[in-house]
Ligand binder design. Structure first.
Ligand SMILES: C[S@@+](CC[C@H](N)C(=O)[O-])C[C@H]1O[C@@H](n2cnc3c(N)ncnc32)[C@H](O)[C@@H]1O
Length: 388
């Protein structure tokens, strides 16, 4: 473990300097846990359109440590199966497992407000690095971690064992939590979820905290932190922007086929009050997901090169198509049972009227049957997502 000691101390000092790492016991963990041990057999480095495989064995020790202690997310699996030792050349693919950047990992652990005796459930083991930090702080018996991918889980388990942590590594669907070791004081998810599964609330002690990223777009997602009450509901706030790969079963299925077929039958057409381009900004995108959960935002160009934007909700067979008109004006055509843009636009206008507050103004309440979101100190709007 000693080989990377200077890098670990440098990482801890860097995170402390940024104001992210404040707890002495977590600093000790960052200084003790060798991140490089959790990256075997290797990582894929982002080269824009492709990913360059870099393996521990095929890289000079100094270079490998430099990569391991970069304050970056390091992708360890593509497309649900590919690891860096299986290819020699850069490849295309979608990241499906990674070691999240240490800034995010540490700031999320800090946000848990841990005390020494807490029992924690982690969803999304990934490499096991964040699990190891938790084990170092709380002891291996107080940490349970669930990973959906059997190979990823096996690699993490081996790395955790090698680092001296015989913790509870479970292969399974973390959306179910892990009832057999409940109740927990804290639940932390390092994959994004469309909504916080009620199973997590049920498996948390009253007064305990659930922390996870909500949303389903690659941007416009928020870190929800809720405290569980004695009545089985939970309430809290979105404490900041957060971006994670989606829980596997909830990953958006790319819309196949002809977009013009999806938009063939419009029920209405009007001028949009706001440009759909606002949805490329974080908070409007977050609000769009509250107003139209299930909708996907799609960018395209028309045959003549003019920009097109869409919202599609495949489940509810509804769409909004935006066609650029003069200047920055857009025409919106809507079809299907849900007028998606009417709902999104109403929310965006109300948010602007409330002074366009940032994402940490959003509060939420989770019950077995619903999620209710609202903006703090604004009388409206409220977004209720009912399960039934
Ligand atoms: C960003 S990585 C986790 C990073 C990890 N905590 C670390 O620090 O190395 C997200 C992980 O969540 C896993 N995952 C996705 N959906 C899941 C689910 N439904 N249950 C459990 N794990 C899931 C993925 O396989 C992936 O390994």
């Amino acid at each position: 473990m000693n080989g990377s000691e200077p890098e670990r101390h440098r990482l801890a000092a860097l995170l402390a300097g940024k104001g992210v790492l404040t707890s002495p016991w977590l600093r000790e963990a960052v200084e003790a846990v060798p991140r490089e041990r959790f990256l075997h057999p290797g990582v894929f480095l982002d080269e824009g359109r492709t990913w360059r495989p870099v393996t521990a064995l095929g890289t000079a020790a100094e270079e490998w440590l430099k990569i391991a202690y970069s304050v970056d997310t390091l992708t360890t699996q593509l497309d649900g199966h590919l690891t860096a030792d299986q290819v020699d050349e850069p490849v295309a693919g979608v990241p499906t497992s990674s070691s999240t950047d240490p800034t995010t990992v540490v700031s999320m652990i800090e946000a848990l407000d841990l005390t020494a005796e807490h029992r924690v459930l982690e969803i999304g083991t990934g490499t096991g690095y964040s699990t190891a930090l938790l084990c170092h702080c709380l002891g291996e018996d107080n940490v349970t971690t669930v990973e959906v991918d059997a190979q990823v889980a096996a690699r993490a388990d081996a790395a955790l064992e090698a680092a001296g942590f015989s913790t509870w590594t479970v292969t399974g669907d973390g959306l179910l939590g892990h009832p057999y070791r409940a109740p927990y004081d804290r639940v932390i998810a390092t994959c994004a979820v469309r909504r916080i599964p009620y199973a997590w609330i049920r498996q948390t002690k009253p007064g305990g905290v659930v922390l996870g990223t909500v949303g389903s777009w690659p941007w416009g997602t928020g870190l929800a932190k809720v405290t569980v009450g004695g009545d089985g509901t939970a309430e809290g706030a979105v404490i900041g922007r957060s971006s994670f790969m989606q829980a596997r079963a909830q990953a958006a299925i790319p819309l196949a086929g002809d977009l013009s077929a999806r938009t063939a039958y419009a029920d209405s057409e009007r001028s949009a009050l706001l440009s759909p381009l606002v949805l490329e900004e974080w908070m409007p995108a977050f609000l769009a997901q509250l107003a139209a959960p299930g909708a996907q935002f799609v960018r395209a160009t028309d045959g003549d090169g003019s920009p097109l934007r869409y919202l599609f909700d495949p489940e509810r067979e509804s769409f909004a198509q935006f066609v650029a008109a003069d200047g920055d004006r857009w025409t919106v055509r809507q079809g299907g049972p849900v007028a998606l843009w009417d709902d999104v636009e109403r929310s965006l206008v109300a948010w602007q009227d409330a002074g366009a507050p940032e994402i940490d103004s959003v509060r939420l309440r989770v019950t077995p049957a619903s999620h209710l979101y609202w903006i703090d100190q604004a009388p409206s709007p409220r977004w209720e997502h009912r399960i039934n």
